[in-house]
Design a protein around this ligand. Structure first.
Ligand SMILES: *Cc1c(COP(=O)(O)O)cnc(C)c1O
Length: 274
């Protein structure tokens, strides 16, 4: 796994991404929030050693798509002792039978993919059972492109779900909205319509529920479009391949299906026995 030069590669890539993040934030129009976007380094399919390396270079927030893989990485004894301040974001589709496993992940910081009140209720009671004073931070995932292959709730249901979480899930702290969006949008054509939908959703949620726009996060932007996402107001970008290199998917050991990158981002297929 370990290649000579990997450490410098990750360090260099991280530094270059962080510079781009800062520059993109500086290009925002005056009326957009001046808050520095959070970089979530997406380490799915990559070994714990790479996470530790990125942590050594100062990175603290990491994202994973698969509960089993996250649990294994977050419990790795070497990682646990080397990365005491690590903060994990879960960014994949969450199946109900994996909720308790997710709640057991050490240093779980945020769940970005709540997309139904049923799921919210189950996560709430699972987190409640842990008996911690701290609430679990959650985002609501919106299917902004309305593609039926994608997870996330239809934009029209966002206000209802946010209201449900705030009123009925005392162990959850609602912090913002998340979208994946359609792939391959050409940014020279103007603001990505997926990002526009998420911005409009935030506006609507704030107006209807009396919340502050400044206090609500937007998780949008990946390797291909994070600078654009930040320019239009993203506060949380999820970046994988630009930091850790292209992901290589081996054949699923149980079947002979190969998980493609696009399917993986949608969370429609799974690796590692999930
Ligand atoms: C894999 C993944 C990312 C990171 O994708 P890159 O293109 O490698 O930056 C971001 N968000 C989600 C939800 C993902 O599944």
């Amino acid at each position: 796994m370990w290649k000579v030069g990997m450490s410098e590669d990750i360090g260099r890539a991280l530094q270059s991404v962080l510079e781009k993040v800062h520059h993109a934030a500086a290009r925002r129009p005056q009326n957009l929030l001046s808050v520095q976007p959070r970089l979530v380094a997406v380490s799915k399919t990559k070994p714990a050693d790479m996470v530790i390396e990125a942590y050594r270079h100062g990175q603290r927030f990491f994202g994973e798509n698969y509960v089993q893989e996250l649990l294994e990485k977050a419990s790795d004894t070497n990682l646990v002792s080397s990365c005491p301040e690590i903060k994990w974001h879960f960014i994949g589709h969450l199946q109900k039978n994996h909720i308790n496993k997710l709640a057991a992940v050490p240093n779980l910081h945020m769940l970005e993919t709540i997309d139904s009140s049923k799921l919210a209720d189950k996560v709430n009671s699972s987190w409640q059972k842990k008996g911690l004073a701290e609430k679990l931070k959650v985002m609501v995932q919106v299917n902004t492109s309305r593609e039926c292959s994608k997870h996330g709730l239809p934009p029209g249901d966002t206000v209802g779900l946010v209201k449900h979480i705030m009123e009925n899930c005392p162990s959850l702290q609602f912090v913002g909205l998340m979208t994946i969006g359609s792939f391959g949008y050409d940014v020279t054509e103007g603001i990505n319509p997926d990002f526009q939908v998420l911005l409009a959703q935030r506006q609507e949620v704030c107006e209807k529920l009396g919340l502050q726009v400044e206090a609500m996060e937007l998780s949008m932007g990946m390797s291909a479009d994070f600078e654009h996402a930040i320019e239009v107001g993203s506060t949380n970008v999820r970046i994988g391949s630009t930091i850790f290199g292209e992901r290589i998917y081996s054949k699923d050991t149980k079947g002979d299906q190969t998980v493609t990158d696009a399917q993986d981002k949608l969370g429609t297929l799974s690796v590692q026995g999930q």
